[in-house]
Design a protein around this ligand. Sequence first.
Ligand SMILES: Nc1nc2c(ncn2[C@@H]2O[C@H](COP(=O)(O)OP(=O)(O)OP(=O)(O)O)[C@@H](O)[C@H]2O)c(=O)[nH]1
Ligand SMILES: [Mg+2]
Length: 352
Amino acid sequence: MELGILGLPKSGKTTVFNALTMGRAEVAAYSTGKATPNVGVVKVPDPRLDNLAAMLKPERTIPAEVRYLDGGDSPRGFGQVDALIHVIRVFRDERIPHIKGGVGPERDVGILDLELIFSDLSIIERRLERLRVSLKGAKVAEREIALREQSLLDKIKSALEDGLPLREQELSEQECKAIHGFQFLSAKPLLLLFNIGEDQREEGSSLERRFRSMFQRPHSEVAVLCGRLEMELGQLNDDEAMEFRSSMGLTQSGLDRAIRLSYGLLELVTFFSIASGEVKAWTVSRGTTIQKAAGRIHSDMERGFIRAEVIAHDDLTKCGSLAEARRKGLIRLEGKNYLVQDGDVVTILFNI
Ligand SMILES: Nc1nc2c(ncn2[C@@H]2O[C@H](COP(=O)(O)OP(=O)(O)OP(=O)(O)O)[C@@H](O)[C@H]2O)c(=O)[nH]1
Ligand SMILES: [Mg+2]
């Protein structure tokens, strides 16, 4: 899974990137003019994986991973990412200039939406031009296909021109498939991440409620994060960070929350494989069959899939051991069309 971080200049993108990745990329009050994006890989914290490791005592425990890209001011190169995180400045600091003159979350959300819409419109216009040319000399069959694409793109275009990002347009599954290859930016699920100052921490949850009601939109999520604080916490070791957190009355890491929210946004589910001394977390989209999921572990497992032994994480931990779960008959045998559920612990039986 890959997430791209966007936002206006000096909104705190690199700070949030560092917070999410525990990285130390350079943050600055004035533009650094960096050309290359920051890339960071994060192991997804998941208490269920820790539970399984404690119970099964495997040689290795491997969490799922998320990649974050901090592309600076431009969404160029974000065609590939699975979702976008839009960092919106809420913190106030006179020493750090705001490109629009001052804090204005609603305005800033609108500016980014427009930027994504413009980027998509320019792709559509180029494609429509190409279609117009190819329609001239087209044979009947080709013509029909091209006309269908033209009318879909025209429909999308006029909605975009009305200011409606693709993620908010109602498209059929087939239409979504037809435009998938264009990698439209405004179609990507979006996490609006409001970056508050240390001095605004106390209002954090009331701000979040307010932003949530302001920006309730399809395929979008809202979270409030104190970027700078989380970045500094990320540079401490776990014990120090925990102590710091509790001394400030902070419980759940804002970071864990941001990661979990981006998961929910993507409609991902996590399953766990247990085999040969290894417990490993995997992510797949909701609605993935167990056979397809097995292919993530190893292509042989998909090809030679026979069946899977499946137990929900919660059931397994209640039993305390695999042997006990087996005795109680809680380990199910599932065939290839079973849809993987969040928290499933699986062993794939296969034959090659
Ligand atoms: N006071 C305060 N300052 C912050 C906070 N988050 C970021 N900053 C400061 O704002 C400045 C810009 O932060 P960056 O993370 O570099 O912002 P950016 O969006 O990556 O900036 P560009 O990549 O240059 O557009 C830095 O000086 C940060 O220390 C915050 O929560 N509180
Ligand atoms: Mg930056």
